[in-house]
Write a protein that binds this ligand. Structure first.
Ligand SMILES: Cc1cc2nc3c(=O)[nH]c(=O)nc-3n(C[C@H](O)[C@H](O)[C@H](O)COP(=O)(O)OP(=O)(O)OC[C@H]3O[C@@H](n4cnc5c(N)ncnc54)[C@H](O)[C@@H]3O)c2cc1C
Length: 468
């Protein structure tokens, strides 16, 4: 029987895994290649790696239950896979294509190595319902704004889910590193992260379909309620199949009321945003280096190109630490520090505050998020930051600057979200948490005064955009 390698990357599941299912006709060596932290990981941090470790432990167990054994090697992946091929005589490599440019560059290196060794490479579509060139304008060019992209996306037939792996046979006596822990990369984290692994992700999805999905359309923006799906890290690591997610929602919609169908469609729209940002990154990978809109590349941000530790000086540090004196901003930043997660509405508020109130370059915020988020996804994070900075595809118009006080009034009027994450404000009423304090009077003891005057900074941001 020929030997195939299944190179696990961000498809850490056994249910409806396109590349794994295709490989499973042969004897399969399932392998995950651990990256060397110092070189490859300026893009993510300890919480995401901790989640990854948990997902790998769960995957190893799931594969074992099917008769297989997950092998760990250390990267770079092309060198690690070459060594594995030479040791085992494997003649095929299966993997799921990665939407981000770093992953794609490695795929090209693996393909070149395999060609030299006479090994066949089988890349599969797995992470998106529609890949790079499936959603294009009538003239065959990529979309540059969301709404027409979404319309075209919705018209396309969706791939159906495949089977769950039933049996796997892995050759004996293949050397493997230990199951990794954070110590493997010399990292530590005290954030309390969401439960990792395929089973936990399926549970979350089931819970979401059992109720919250029907209220999503009306309540998704209230950060104190647990209405959103909390599936972002699961989608990032492929713990759930996007085909299965779509099919289950479509089934639910068929049997639902009109209001329920509307709510499901609003949730699906978020999945389209995810694929739209993949689309942007596929076609314009330079968004990782500079602003999507060329005319915004000359904006004079504070400390534009300085290294992040010094970027924006004390102001950036206070934002990172959740000590701005703006309760909704501080609550978001502290939720991020404590859990590696932040609600979407609050991500928008803190990102707009950093860029429009503190005038700090969005890339510093993007990088801070990437290293703190458990769901750090290069495409969505870049898209979200460029949107907030008014430099991206469907950027918020630069003159529409959110006021953090009125955002709090609108989305956390009782202060439940703020009080949960900022203990110094535990005894302060909702009304006081949503209103700027009188000059010199802190909202609570041990809580800082607002570090800037929103009205003044708003004018400065408008002037910065006019001068660009
Ligand atoms: C500044 C900023 C940075 C962001 N960084 C990331 C990131 O690194 N990783 C990430 O997955 N999302 C990011 N988002 C998008 C969004 O905030 C999260 O996907 C969402 O909060 C995750 O919670 P959920 O799974 O409960 O989402 P739900 O509301 O249940 O949405 C379902 C899924 O749709 C996708 N999604 C939802 N909103 C968006 C969006 N605006 N853009 C792209 N995809 C979306 C996610 O995969 C999400 O899990 C960012 C948004 C902003 C404004």
């Amino acid at each position: 029987m020929p030997i195939a390698i299944h190179w696990f990357r961000r498809d850490l599941r056994i249910a409806d895994n396109t590349a794994l299912n295709a490989a499973a006709n042969d004897q399969v060596i399932p392998v995950f290649v651990l990256s060397k932290w110092e070189r490859d990981h300026h893009w993510c941090g300890a919480v995401r790696q901790e989640f990854l470790c948990g997902c790998l432990a769960s995957l190893a167990k799931n594969l074992e239950a099917k008769g297989g054994r997950l092998i760990f090697r250390e990267g770079p992946a092309d060198a690690a896979l070459e060594k594995l091929i030479r040791e085992t005589g494997a003649s095929e490599i299966y993997f799921a294509r990665d939407p981000d440019p770093h992953g794609r560059a490695m795929e090209a290196r693996v393909a070149a190595m395999a060609e030299q060794l006479g090994v066949t490479v089988h890349p599969h579509q797995d992470h998106a319902l529609h890949e790079r060139d499936e959603v294009l304008t009538g003239s065959g060019t990529p979309y540059r704004v969301f709404t027409p992209y979404a319309r075209a996306w919705l018209k396309l037939n969706k791939p159906a889910p495949g089977r769950t792996l039933s049996r796997l046979s892995t050759p004996q006596n293949i050397a493997s590193l230990e199951l990794p822990t954070l110590a493997h990369w010399g990292l530590t984290s005290d954030a309390k992260i969401i439960e990792p692994g395929e089973a936990a992700a399926r549970k979350r999805f089931g819970r979401f379909l059992d109720g919250p999905v029907f209220e999503y359309g009306t309540l998704r923006d209230i950060p104190s309620l647990e209405i959103t799906s909390r599936l972002s890290q699961d989608l990032r690591w492929g713990l759930l199949s996007i085909r299965e997610i779509h099919a289950r929602c479509a089934e639910l919609a068929v049997n639902g009321t009109a209001a329920q169908r509307k709510s499901i469609a609003i949730w699906i729209n978020e999945l389209i945003w995810r694929e739209f940002y993949f689309h942007v990154l596929w076609h314009t990978p330079e968004v990782l280096e500079h602003e999507f809109q060329p005319e915004t590349r000359t904006l004079k941000w504070r400390d534009h190109w300085r290294p992040e530790e010094r970027a924006g000086g004390d102001k950036f540090q206070r934002w990172c630490a959740g000590q701005t004196g703006f309760p909704i901003v501080d609550a978001g930043m502290r939720q991020l520090a404590a859990t590696g997660f932040m609600h979407n509405r609050v991500r928008m508020i803190v990102a707009m505050f950093l860029t429009k109130d503190l005038h700090v370059w969005w890339m510093h915020g993007e990088s801070w998020f990437m290293r703190r988020l458990v769901d750090g996804e290069i495409a969505s994070n870049n898209g979200g930051w460029q949107w907030s900075a008014s430099t991206g595809t469907d950027a918020a118009p630069y003159f529409r600057i959110q006021n953090p006080w009125s955002q709090a009034r609108r989305f956390d009027p009782d202060g439940n979200y703020i009080r949960r994450w900022v203990p110094e404000l535990r005894d302060v009423s909702g009304a006081h948490l949503c209103t700027p304090p009188a000059p010199g009077l802190p909202i609570a003891k041990d809580y800082p005064l607002p570090m800037v005057d929103h009205a003044v900074e708003r004018d400065e941001a408008l002037e910065m955009f006019r001068r660009k």
